[in-house]
Design a protein around this ligand. Structure first.
Ligand code: C2E
Ligand code: MG
Ligand code: MG
Length: 592
């Protein structure tokens, strides 16, 4: 009587903190069903409701793998496979080894208790089991596990389960879907340009944005109701924070891809609405990739990669949308991922090199400078041209270290030429907009100049018009910092972007490079003539030099000379060549 009372009091007075513990799944392994039923009945009285009873000990490990309970109550003395054997197997099992196990032994059996503890039992209980002691041991063991899980499996910022938890959960969800013949959708969600949020607002506000977005996603998924729940009896929200601004969502028991698409659409819409952070309105969008079990794959790892490549596809399209995985998308991305990995290796193994193309003064015919153009000397494909790897490097952010390498290499080559030759020569280096956005950019340029020891007046950085796309004031400030270091600035491929002339005036520029597409059809094509001569005219009125790119014929060169273009570069004079070959072209002493 007294025991029952204790249990009731315990249930009613259960600390709030522990209430969720009764949600735990408890497996009992015992060859005597009556024992299991007694334990179950005791625990039910204190609020637990999820039990898995296993009578045949030979099945125990398999059942553990399938259902991954929170706690195992294990009888020691069983025919066939004993509790000791199970303990040994579980502790050696990569996925089960941390499972809390309470062994049930006769109270007098000290020897066996010690042996069980030695084998890794978490605690023990004497048979016959006393209800209050059972309740207490189970609660304490589960509380300890919950605390440990919280540290290992949850992201402290959003409170969401983390990547580790997700991987285990995905494994289990796939197993369950297989067993019940369900469809399972895995969604990979990434916030677009989240780094910009951190850069412009600061980390604290960035964290706040992540928390707000998390609750938006939760709401959006909840409003799609039963779709979001694994099992009716267990309304768990299967949302995980994978890393940074990437989340995963598992939807089980959906009917088809349309169900998943509906949820994705709702998610995207709810994230798109403005967020208020510190009194400021923030706009953020998401890209979502969806992969379905069993439609696209039955392998958890592959499902994850498929969802992630579909997300990358959506992100590259325009973000703010979802994409369901398909074989062609995954093939495309598998290729990209492998090239990305090769590029990383190429950086490590120093497989990049620079070629230099002379820039010639149209009036004097002298080489006044060179443009450094990167190549990748890959073991497999020979010399790979930049158009085949720069775009991917930009998307993955690898352009930052690659561009830094190019700048350093160009500077040290310039230094060599400055030492060898008495005639000064200018070095132009291409810059990606992504490098420009890197917070360490200015200091890395300074470092390249300082460590090579060059005179920075002979260094030109080539930018593209895309630099004008956003945050112009900040960019102008950066350009001024470069100017203050003595560097010259040039706009590459001029005419292909959409610079407005009024913005152009605000930039501290030295040079415009007329894009090859306007030179190609000179002098016969009237449009090309009009464009080339107006660019030269505009540049002159703004006090800028002009360089014509891709000059291949004498006629083109003459036309440009007539219109007072400052310099040209192109195959007509020379292709980009390795530094050694250029040495002859520069022929220092003769040119003096
Ligand atoms: P770009 O800066 O506009 O460079 C001019 C491109 O035109 C070079 O291609 C050059 O080889 C090519 N070219 C020069 N003269 C002629 C000609 O007479 N006819 C024809 N058909 N082409 C000519 P390349 O070397 O393949 O480089 C392509 C682009 O890759 C460059 O365009 C530049 O945007 C980018 N790039 C090259 N090196 C780097 C780098 O170190 N960093 C970054 N961010 N981008 C780079
Ligand atoms: Mg260039
Ligand atoms: Mg160009």
């Amino acid at each position: 009587m007294e025991i029952v009372n204790t249990a009731r009091v315990d249930k009613v007075g259960l600390d709030k903190k522990f209430q969720h513990l009764t949600n735990a799944t408890i497996m009992i392994v015992d060859d005597e069903p009556i024992n299991m039923h007694v334990v179950q009945a005791f625990l039910e009285e204190v609020g637990y409701s999820k039990f898995i009873l296993v009578e045949n000990s030979a099945e125990a490990v398999k059942r553990l793998e399938e259902s991954r309970p929170d706690l195992l109550l294990l009888d020691l003395m069983m025919p066939q496979i004993s509790g000791f054997d199970i303990l040994t197997l579980v502790r050696a099992h990569p996925k089960l080894k941390h499972l809390p196990i309470i062994v049930l032994t006769a109270s007098t059996d000290v020897q066996n208790k010690l042996k069980a503890l030695d084998l890794g039992a978490t605690d023990f209980l004497s048979k016959p089991v006393e209800q209050s002691e059972l309740g207490l041991r189970v609660r304490n063991t589960l509380a300890a596990k919950a605390y440990r899980d919280q540290l290992a499996y949850y992201d402290p910022l959003t409170g969401l389960p983390n990547r580790q938890y997700f991987l285990e959960r995905l494994d289990l969800a796939v197993k369950q879907a297989k067993r019940y013949g369900d469809v399972l959708a895995l969604m990979n969600i990434e916030l677009n340009h989240f780094d910009r949020v951190n850069d412009t607002l600061g980390l604290t506000e960035g964290d706040e944005v992540l928390r707000l977005v998390t609750s938006r996603i939760k709401q959006a998924v909840r409003s799609t109701d039963e779709l979001s729940r694994i099992g009716d009896e267990n309304p768990v929200l299967n949302l995980f924070r994978m890393e940074g601004s990437v989340f995963s969502l598992l939807l089980d028991r959906i009917k088809n891809a349309e169900d998943a698409a509906l949820v994705a659409d709702r998610l995207i819409q709810s994230i798109r609405k403005p967020l208020m952070v510190n009194g400021r309105e923030i706009y953020i969008t998401a890209s979502v990739g969806i992969a379905l079990y069993p439609n696209e794959s039955e392998e958890p790892d592959l499902l994850l990669r498929l969802a992630s490549s579909a997300k990358d596809f959506a992100k590259n399209r325009d973000g703010d949308s979802y994409q369901i995985s398909s074989p062609s998308i995954s093939a495309m991305y598998e290729l990209r991922y492998s090239v990305e990995a090769k590029l990383r290796k190429a950086l490590e193994k120093e497989e990049f090199l620079l070629h230099y193309q002379p820039q010639v003064n149209l009036m004097t015919g002298d080489i006044e400078g060179v443009e450094a153009l990167i190549r990748w000397n890959s073991n497999e494909g020979g010399l790979v041209p930049p158009n085949e790897f720069i775009p991917l490097s930009e998307e993955t952010g690898l352009i930052v270290p690659i561009g830094e390498w190019a700048l350093n290499e160009a500077c040290s080559q310039l230094r060599k030429w400055q030492e060898e030759s008495r005639k000064p020569i200018n070095m132009s280096v291409n810059l990606s907009i992504k490098q420009f956005a890197d917070p360490k950019f200015v200091s890395s340029v300074k470092k390249a100049i300082d460590s090579s020891g060059i005179d920075s007046r002979w260094l030109t950085l080539e930018l593209t018009e895309s630099i004008l796309m956003n945050d112009i004031d900040k960019k102008i400030e950066l350009l001024h910092q470069l100017k203050d270091m003595g560097i010259k600035l040039s706009i590459d491929d001029f005419g292909t972007g959409y610079s407005s002339l009024s913005y152009l005036r605000k930039l501290p520029l030295d040079e415009l490079k007329i894009d090859r597409s306007f030179i190609m059809d000179l002098p016969d094509n009237a449009d090309s003539r009009a464009i080339a001569s107006s660019v030269i005219y505009i540049a002159q009125s703004l006090g800028l030099q002009t360089v014509a790119e891709g000059v291949e014929t004498e006629e083109q060169m003459k036309y440009l000379k007539k219109h007072r273009c400052s310099q040209y570069q192109g195959y007509f004079f020379s292709k980009p060549v390795p530094a050694e070959e250029l040495h002859e072209l520069l022929a220092p002493e003769d040119n003096l």
